[in-house]
Design a binder for this molecule. Structure first.
Ligand SMILES: [Cu+2]
Length: 119
């Protein structure tokens, strides 16, 4: 009976941990590497868990709340995602993320950034 109880306890703990599997951005290359002007580029994101890219949606939001879908591909490491940005004029933008974690939970996030002319 004691063994059975401890097995149950371990199972409960594992399930409780899995509930924290929501995909949260832990690394974001926008902070380190500015998005270039008028040149297609990539943004690298890392999540704290595996993400289901087939179910996830990523949008580029530009002035006037215009949204366009952007392509997201898996990176080399687990939880890593590459976003493929089109060539952008200087301005204020945001990346809207609707990301499904491997546990099926949806998280939404908005990453704001500027494209600045260096001249
Ligand atoms: Cu979750």
């Amino acid at each position: 009976m004691t063994v059975f109880k401890s097995v149950l306890l371990v199972l409960t703990l594992i399930t409780a941990n899995a509930a924290f599997g929501h995909a949260v951005v832990t690394h974001n290359s926008l902070k380190l590497k500015p998005v270039p002007v008028n040149l297609a580029s990539e943004v690298e994101l890392s999540f704290n868990s595996k993400v289901e890219l087939d179910l996830s949606e990523v949008f580029l939001v530009s002035a006037g709340d215009k949204m366009q879908t952007i392509t997201a591909t898996p990176g080399e490491k687990p939880g890593q995602v590459l976003l493929h940005l089109p060539a952008l004029e200087p301005g204020e933008y945001a990346i809207k993320l609707k990301i499904f974690a491997a546990d099926g939970h949806l998280s939404e996030d908005l990453l704001r950034f500027f494209v600045k002319s260096t001249k």
